[in-house]
Design a protein around this ligand. Sequence first.
Ligand code: UTP
Length: 290
Amino acid sequence: MKKITKAVIPAAGLGTRMLPAAAGVPKEIMPIVDKPSIQYLVEEAVEAGITDILIITNRGKEAIENYFDYSVEYENKLASSGKLQLLENQRSVANLANIYFIRQKEPKGLGHAVLRARSFVGDEPFMVLYGDDVIDAPVSTTRKMVDVYNEYGMSVVGVQEVTDEQIVKYCSLKVEKCSDRIYKVSDMIEKPPIEKKYSNLSILGRALLTPDIFDILENVQPGAGNEIQLTDAMAVQAKSGKVMAYEYEGIRHDMGSKLGFLMANVMMGVKNDEVGEEFRRFLKVFSKTI
Ligand code: UTP
């Protein structure tokens, strides 16, 4: 089995659900407490042994590249004022992994974005972490999915159960349960009308893909929303019996939506070492006023 050392983070979506802020700040840089969401993804990948990460960006997302560079002004200031722990934290961001960037020149969909990674990935299985989906789990979800890949040797999608209201906006999977949290996938459909859903299991933010996905993506026709859908390419793999699903633990925060952004900050804010205690006290009082 080939070792998984590469990950791709598509972050070239327009983020229209986060307007007006997204017009000035890439949604992937918007923080949960004090850390940009994209850093949570990079850390999750690194925890799973991934060493090389390609971030797919577009015009206007330079802030992401700058964030993973050294920030000399801050570092000089922190060094001269003796804040050495903060200085080390700041430096470590730039050294988390080998981080590469490429642009998707037009936002033609997630499948189209992933296709930009072809020459970076080459002939290896690789992990895709959707740029606005942060997972708060006890163990890296990527690590768990690598374990499933090592057992089955085929693509693995990260899934959770969603409501009927959500499934029509996401994708729906046709599955057969194999063991605890593990399913065999035989088909999937993007944004199904409710009467066409297969199940309420949906891919939320994570996929570990075998490299044959690129040939499939080259030939996929635009689907839902007239975009090249990654789901349509993964459905081709699924129909030939080459996709497993892993129902991951923990909470997935949709940082591309206003509600997801607010909920993530509250849920992770109350656990924060520095401000959590005071924030909890505030919430208890505030919740009585609403
Ligand atoms: P989303 O559908 O959540 O992102 O795509 P979006 O298109 O930015 O959302 P809205 O509807 O405009 O608010 C899931 C992931 O795929 C990336 C996004 O950046 C996000 O991380 N993506 C999507 C691309 O990289 N390119 C695309 O053309 C579309």
